[in-house]
Design a protein around this ligand. Structure first.
Ligand SMILES: [Zn+2]
Length: 328
């Protein structure tokens, strides 16, 4: 078999995506406030697209449809859900950019094909459309869905639980926004992106599931530091027994929380949206790679030892070769 050009291998995926981003950016979403009616045509147009499978997972309290959009046919399942809190829309925009990426044909066809062959990617953009309608955190019943993972008293919570249980995904991405006033540790820099591999018990132990999530965070952090030096943080890992991230980790899906915070001169969060896109694509690339190719310079101990939130990830100091093992 002929060798492929080495150009592709020498330029990291994030660099190529950064350069070509305008091709993927969903042009109809330009501000952080948008509604279910703005999103619907973007989802519905995929229902007839050969790459996608669109499934209605259920309805919100007020009867708005909540969809799962699938792309890829690989054996490793990845589930991403955004806007569980109605006023946290940054990652919803990024997910629409991810969908656009897979529809394009360009110089990145090789990696596109690899991702589609190795992964089955399931996206729930806007889990809380009633909250998005009002641009509020809670759903139409005034409930914070992220405290309803066990009681499951709301249709939106039931949908997320049902989809997770049906799919049993290897990886889960819980996509939120946080206050733009949070800083990284005791620095004056904004926590533009914060990560967490949520704890699955009070002791905040690290098992293989949570450890893998931590390692993937290190991969994303390393990439983001090139664009957001000193502006990536770790979210507090106090165990919250009613929260989805904590429980989904407990149920065996490697779960990563991504919080979009603030960035300089970015009130509509359009730069942060792009950083979300780069982080998610980098994560998908890492998951799709052969496990032996993924080398992460970290021990999980640094996460375990950090007690307080908003602390920078000083990953490079901990040189330790580990691999991310994949679960089907
Ligand atoms: Zn949130």
């Amino acid at each position: 078999m002929a060798c492929h050009s080495s150009n592709y291998a020498q330029t990291a995926l994030h660099q190529q995506l950064n350069t070509a981003y305008e091709q993927y950016r969903e042009p109809s979403l330009t501000q952080k406030r948008f509604k279910h009616t703005d999103l619907l045509p973007l989802i519905e147009k995929r229902s007839n697209h050969p790459l996608f499978k669109v499934t209605k997972a259920g309805e919100s309290v007020e009867g708005r449809a909540i969809y799962v959009v699938k792309v890829g046919t690989g054996k490793t399942k990845v589930l991403l859900w955004s806007q569980m809190h109605g006023d946290e829309s940054t990652a919803t925009m990024a997910l629409m950019d991810v969908m656009n990426f897979f529809e394009q044909k360009d110089g990145l066809d090789a990696i596109r094909k690899q991702l589609l062959n190795q992964l089955s990617i399931f996206m729930i953009p806007m889990l809380n459309p009633d909250g998005a309608e009002r641009f509020q955190r809670q759903n139409a019943m005034g409930v914070d869905l992220n405290r309803d993972a066990l009681r499951l008293q709301n249709p939106e919570s039931k949908i997320l639980k049902q989809v997770r249980d049906d799919l049993q995904p290897a990886w889960g991405f819980n996509l939120h926004d946080q206050s733009r006033y949070y800083a990284v540790g005791n620095t004056s820099k904004p926590a533009t992106i914060s990560f967490l591999a949520p704890a699955y018990n009070e002791q905040k132990e690290v098992n293989e599931t949570r450890g893998d999530a931590m390692k993937l965070i290190v991969v994303m952090n390393k990439m983001l530091q090139k664009y957001l030096p000193g502006q990536v943080a770790k979210y507090s890992d106090a165990f919250e027994p009613r929260a989805f991230g904590d429980n989904i980790q407990k149920w065996g899906t490697r779960t990563i929380l991504i919080e979009s915070g603030g960035h300089y001169n970015d009130p509509e969060k359009q730069f942060i949206r792009k950083m979300n896109f780069l982080a998610l694509m980098t994560a998908l690339e890492s998951i799709a790679q052969q496990p032996t190719l993924v080398r992460v310079w970290i021990t999980t101990k640094i996460f375990h030892s950090i007690k307080v939130g908003y602390t920078t990830l000083y990953c490079e100091r901990y040189k330790y070769n580990l691999t991310i093992k994949l679960l089907n």
